[in-house]
Design a protein around this ligand. Sequence first.
Ligand code: PAF
Length: 283
Amino acid sequence: MKPNIATRVAEARKFLKRKSEAGFTIGLVPTMGFLHEGHLSLVRRARRENDTCVVSIFVNPLQFGPSEDFDAYPRDMDRDLDLLASEGVELVFSPGVKEVFSCDCSTIVSEKKLSGFLCGSARPGHFDGVCTIVLKLFNILRPDRAYFGEKDYQQLQVIRRMVRDLDMEVEVIGCPIVREEDGLALSSRNTYLSEAEREQALALSRALGEVRSVFADGERDCRSILAVVRKVVGSYPMVRLEYAEVCDAEDLSPVERVDRKVVVALAARVGRARLIDNTVLAP
Ligand code: PAF
């Protein structure tokens, strides 16, 4: 069955208010559309764990820098709606920019610590944009649970922190990265890759595979772990590593030894795509 589509805040609120008044729980999957199996895995989990599943589709201008790919970001609403219909999603919230941000909008939400690490330096203001839209979606849609992919590991931790700090009544649930058979993490931006770049992009998951293997053999020194990453990525000439870091898995501060749960996080440019990937290591 086709999902209900709300393009207005008031419509979405009305639909979901009726559901929560009837005692139904609401699971939200926030997306920017151009859906792939990674998004659909979140949708399936949200459907399993809640009575009602709502998916938001909104390419949020606030989280793109001036030289980033807001205009080029892939969009295909018809295909997205077909996919969501086949997953049994009840409501799709897909507002226009003006419906979400009035022209004199002057409030942003800024997480001040975790947002500064990793992608924070290359994408100033990005996480303010993410926090602001996610908070607005939570306020509009009032979900009991919200589902995010662990590929955007920093985003997930920043949102968890925002929810904790602002006493928001929503459970944030992180879901495992979904990969192609050869290991490439699914991302809407993979569509930017040419065939040759797609092959080179495997550098990220292969480097993380090597990391897991040296970790399993007992390596705990982060400099050595990062040397492994650089060696693997260095053998892929079309890949420009932006960062490779080992961080505390919760607060994302850099660590020197794997003496607690950590995340090894990578970002790289391949052609015009900026790709990220990560793996969590727990001693
Ligand atoms: O991960 C994304 O697709 C976006 O950052 C999100 C969470 C939908 C906010 O725009």
